[in-house]
Design a protein around this ligand. Structure first.
Ligand code: ZN
Length: 326
């Protein structure tokens, strides 16, 4: 039983049209699902990914229209990393993003920027992880496309001073290091004392801590809400049990239509989810039409007329016309 890398990352936007424009038109991802937050169905849940909507490439957003910006702080993911093929890909993105009015900074193997609402993004030269989990979009040459997630950066400490004291005194401490390595099967990254990785997926995934800023963080537009790790469907009950035995208080297994999910918090405060690799996004619309029409799960289908009136209309740059309403 091993986690298979990142399944998806979910963040918050206050501006669905701007969000779709940035991730689909500028970054070249494919919108693979337009649905609602199943727990709060009057807000969007938008999914961006590679062509097939594969785990390892899926970034999703809840839209709270007009939401104020959040602030990245301790216990929050502040940066999402995508792999690109090489130096020429970084050149391409540096120039494309500058033309789009984004400030970027380039150091060594990476290009850093913020999305329009302040979410940190890094494009990293990462030749591993074949085949790439790329979308195809006519403004981005295939060899430069984003190839799926490489990892995330988190504000948090592995253990507090008090926890280290207790550990030194021989107490078993349930800190992030313990949860990541003992409960969830991450490896420590050699020579990087606060970085961990999963190697069982299509793409290797890194989960790395940075020293948090002094100011407290809070959720809002541009904040990451949670990260989901992928598992084989038959392993999910076992994962839930393992997480419960690790004193992490998991939710029951929840049906998310496109996958099944269990949630819990890792000790630094980041909300984790373990999500099944199937059934996937073609369960309620054909693969070649993913993301064009609003899809609702059976429990919310009766509210479709109100929801269609209430949700912000978004234009899918792929279809160059307002997305059909149903
Ligand atoms: Zn999720």
């Amino acid at each position: 039983m091993a986690l298979k890398g990142i399944h998806h990352i979910t963040a918050i936007t206050g501006d669905a049209p701007g969000n779709v424009d940035f991730y689909v038109r500028v970054l070249g991802l494919r919108m693979v699902k337009k649905t609602v937050n199943f727990d709060v169905p009057d807000v969007y849940h938008l999914y961006f990914a590679n062509e097939a909507g594969s785990p390892g490439s899926i970034l999703t957003f809840f839209e709270y229209p007009g939401a104020a910006r959040g602030r990245h702080g301790a216990g929050m993911i502040h940066t999402i990393q995508w792999g690109v093929a090489g130096r020429e890909a970084l050149d391409f993105w540096e120039s494309r993003l500058a033309k789009e009015g984004f400030h970027t900074s380039r150091t060594g193997d990476r290009l850093r920027l913020e999305d329009p609402e302040g979410l940190g993004i890094e494009l990293l030269i990462d030749p591993e992880g074949e085949p790439p989990l790329a979308a195809s979009w006519n403004e981005v040459p295939a060899e430069f496309a984003l190839r799926g997630f490489s990892g995330v950066r988190v504000y948090g400490g592995v253990a507090t001073a008090r926890e280290r004291e207790l550990a030194a005194a021989g107490h078993q401490i349930i800190d992030s290091d313990h949860v990541l390595t003992k409960t969830l099967g991450f490896e420590r990254v050699p020579d990087r004392p606060t970085a961990y990785r999963l190697t069982g997926g299509v793409r290797r995934a890194t989960y790395a801590y940075d020293e948090p800023p002094a100011e407290r963080g809070y959720q809002g537009a541009g904040s990451v809400h949670h990260i989901a790790w992928a598992c084989d469907p038959e392993d999910q009950p076992g994962w839930r049990q393992t997480v419960a035995e690790g004193h992490l208080n998991p939710t029951p297994i929840i049906d998310r239509q496109y996958f099944y999910s269990v949630y819990f918090r890792e000790p630094s405060g980041v909300l984790f989810e373990i999500a099944t690799i199937g059934p996937g996004f073609a369960i309620d619309e054909p693969l070649d039409r993913l993301g064009e029409a609003l899809q609702l799960p059976p429990q919310h289908e009766s509210r479709r007329p109100q929801l269609e009136k209430r949700l912000t209309p978004v234009t899918n740059p792929r279809t160059s016309r307002p997305a059909p309403r149903s």
